[in-house]
Design a protein around this ligand. Structure first.
Ligand SMILES: C[S@@+](CC[C@H](N)C(=O)[O-])C[C@H]1O[C@@H](n2cnc3c(N)ncnc32)[C@H](O)[C@@H]1O
Length: 218
């Protein structure tokens, strides 16, 4: 097991024996954040196998989905293809390392990033993702919550592994908004949340999440 969650690590995750649960449903924070938004353009940064990107496309969004791992994008493309051309035509998949990525001229009505652990500074990454949000647009960032049960240092972050051996870096809720200037942003949600999900080993597990939803002032 690599110490750093680098490209090699993620490619192994997606090409190795370990299932990443291809039937996983989009996370509930996206559904909640998107519920009241006018449909437009969305960026999913660190899209993994594409559950969120596909859900957004199904609901009329035009989606740009980024991931470091070719293996993730390959699985995501396959999964999207099963939904037909109406969905695939709405999603552009891009192989991108968010560690150095900066938005070009493009701005999105919704930018989401869920459980992405860049090898560099997470705060910097959130700041760069925030810069990709259009005025009036929404930023959603979700990560594993640091609790007493985990959070011991490992590699570059605070990694630990669940029983099903999924890599996990944990953060406090405040970590997610550290790079957000409240003069420019309204914090809509900054909270801890617990939910039960089906793990890739078929068992249920409890996820403790840190969730940030922020709206860029117009
Ligand atoms: C734990 S998975 C989460 C996937 C998806 N967002 C979800 O919620 O299921 C983390 C994803 O982030 C991607 N990732 C990790 N580091 C990255 C980086 N520096 N740039 C882009 N993607 C990265 C990995 O390849 C992986 O697909």
């Amino acid at each position: 097991m690599a110490e750093e969650f680098d490209k090699e690590f993620w490619e192994q995750r997606y090409t190795g024996d370990q299932s990443m649960n291809p039937d996983r449903q989009p996370n509930p924070y996206l559904l909640s954040a998107a519920r009241d938004l006018v449909v437009g353009s969305a960026l999913d940064a660190g899209c993994g196998e594409g559950a969120e990107a596909i859900w957004l496309a199904e609901h009329g969004w035009t989606v740009t989905a980024l991931d470091l791992a070719e293996g993730a994008l390959q699985r995501a493309r396959q999964r999207a293809a099963a939904h037909g051309s109406g969905i695939t035509s709405r999603i552009e998949w891009r192989q991108v390392d968010l560690t150095g990525w900066k938005p070009a001229d493009e701005r999105f009505d919704l930018v989401c990033s869920n459980y992405v652990h860049p090898t560099g500074s997470h705060e910097e990454m959130v700041r760069r993702l925030a810069a990709a949000v259009a005025p009036g647009g929404t930023l959603l960032v979700v990560d594993h919550l640091r609790t007493d049960g985990h959070g011991h240092g490992h590699g570059h972050g605070h990694g630990t592994h669940t029983r099903s051996d999924e890599p996990m870096v944990t953060r406090a809720v405040d970590d997610l908004s550290a790079g957000i200037d409240t003069d420019e942003w309204e914090i809509v949600v900054a909270q801890e949340h617990t939910r039960i999900v089906a793990a890739s080993d078929g068992e249920e597990k409890m996820l403790h999440d840190a969730v940030l939803v922020a709206r860029r002032r117009s």
